[in-house]
Design a protein. Sequence first.
Length: 251
Amino acid sequence: MMAGAFGIASPASSYAEVDKDFLILESFNAKQVPRVIKGNYQLARAQVSAASTFKTLLSWAALEEGLITPETRWEVGDRHVPNTPREINLHQAMYYSSNDYFITLAKKVGKEKLTAYIQKSRLFPEPIAEDWIGEEWRPVIKGGSLLTTPMKNHLFMRNLAFGKLTSSNKVKKDLFSVLEWPAEHPMVRLYGKTGVWGGAVWYNGFGVKQLHRRVITVFFKGGIERRPQAIGAFYGQWALIWSPTQNTFVE
């Protein structure tokens, strides 16, 4: 291994042989230098939208403030959420990435407190623009006008995964419960959030296998058509195969 640019450890192989439009970052603990598993290490500091991975921060803020529980149900009408309009809980809203749910949630937290959580998270470069949401609340689902990088998003998820940001074990447990994805293996638990916006495609998450925790950030440049690739790449890190039919996990 060699020390890559931007403070990451990267493979010693030639990058001429890799896809320039994707990156997978890995960490095994909260202190190590993140490692490139595959892809273009130069994307680690690409300025991109957090897209719906920002909903992880929204959930963390709302749980910390005691404004919501994993079972809090609100009616949503998103077309991409199955069988709407209907009431769904926070876990379902996270898994299906309900925009309606998270706009309601963000309004309950409020702009001032959300800005404070953004600053604490270090997900975005500071200073945070005062008008980061804009005139309407809808952009809040992707972090408004703020841009992050795959490295910053990875470090944010890593800090959550290893309990460096949550104030209590209860908040950490509740947040993990709403981030959980199906894993058809008795020894593996998977957690994370997808996101697609502005040419950025994400799966940002972590897994636990036999008590060993590993944080994985998958980033693609592209559109919604690459979302299954991002999810599949994340699952592949645990030798698992993801199928879109697994959406019954949160019904």
